[in-house]
Write a protein that binds this ligand. Structure first.
Ligand code: ADP
Ligand code: MG
Length: 224
């Protein structure tokens, strides 16, 4: 569904990485790990089309990102749910409205009624639906961000350090939600430096672990 082939990226200076190849197939589960500053967030942005490769080819659902019009990119983006590292919300809108925003923006209001309450229940936020984002804890915000990312029923879910500032129990819960989505056939890519999370996941799902280091993407195998 998403494919990077011999991709390099530079913000203007030296290349962050080069000759990087990655395929996110339907139903696949990938972790991306590596030291801070290695380029994990940048790599995710290439996967969801927020950045274009400085060389090589990135394809989203079979279409070359570099040739996409704004409309084509917008359509592709609707098939990708992104959980950003700093889950930002519109603080003056209740959580339920924040979570429903991608459907509202896509003109799919008719789907809100049938999806929203189930989804809030699934992430354990049914009781917080009417609260404003600043009233939620870190873990609740992370789960709301996940709900918002998946409300459009995307084919691919990309999460950037989704368990960054939450406790272990909450991380496990979030992981379980991502594993459930993967079992429904969605491709999942999670950037994390939480090796315990990766170990916990490996008991539940067949996940590939990739490590970005020294400008290269490597398979991290048995040494975890
Ligand atoms: N918009 C930007 N402009 C210039 N440099 C950036 C930008 N975003 C990130 N960088 C740099 O690129 C490198 C990789 O960043 P990032 O992809 O966020 O790594 P990671 O997520 O692995 O910590 C870092 O050195 C960072 O400072
Ligand atoms: Mg990052």
């Amino acid at each position: 569904m998403i494919e990077l082939r011999n991709v390099a990226y530079s913000y203007g200076g030296a290349e962050l990485f080069s000759d990087l190849t990655l395929e996110l197939a339907q139903g696949s589960f990938h972790f991306l790990t590596g030291p801070s500053g290695a380029g994990k967030t940048t790599l995710l942005k290439l996967c969801y089309g927020d950045l274009t490769a400085t060389s090589g080819k990135a394809s989203l659902f079979g279409v070359d990102r570099s040739g996409m019009s704004r409309d084509e990119l917008a359509l592709a983006r609707r098939r990708i749910g992104v959980v950003h590292q700093d889950c930002q919300f519109l603080d003056h809108l209740p959580i339920a409205e924040n979570v429903a925003l991608p459907l509202t923006a896509a003109g799919r209001q008719d789907e809100i009624d049938s999806n929203l309450s189930d989804l809030l229940g699934w992430v354990g936020l049914a009781d917080q639906a009417g609260q404003l984002p600043p009233q939620l804890s870190g873990g609740e915000r992370q789960r709301a961000a996940l709900a918002r990312a998946v409300i459009t029923s995307p084919d691919v879910i990309i999460a950037d350090e989704p368990t960054g500032n939450i406790d272990w129990e909450m991380s496990q819960r979030l992981l379980t939600l991502l594993v459930e989505l993967n079992r429904m056939g969605k491709a999942v890519l999670i950037a994390t430096h939480d090796l315990n999370l990766i170990r916990a996941a490996k008991a539940q799902v067949q996940a590939r672990v990739l490590r970005l280091r020294n400008r290269r993407l490597q398979s991290a195998g048995a040494d975890l």
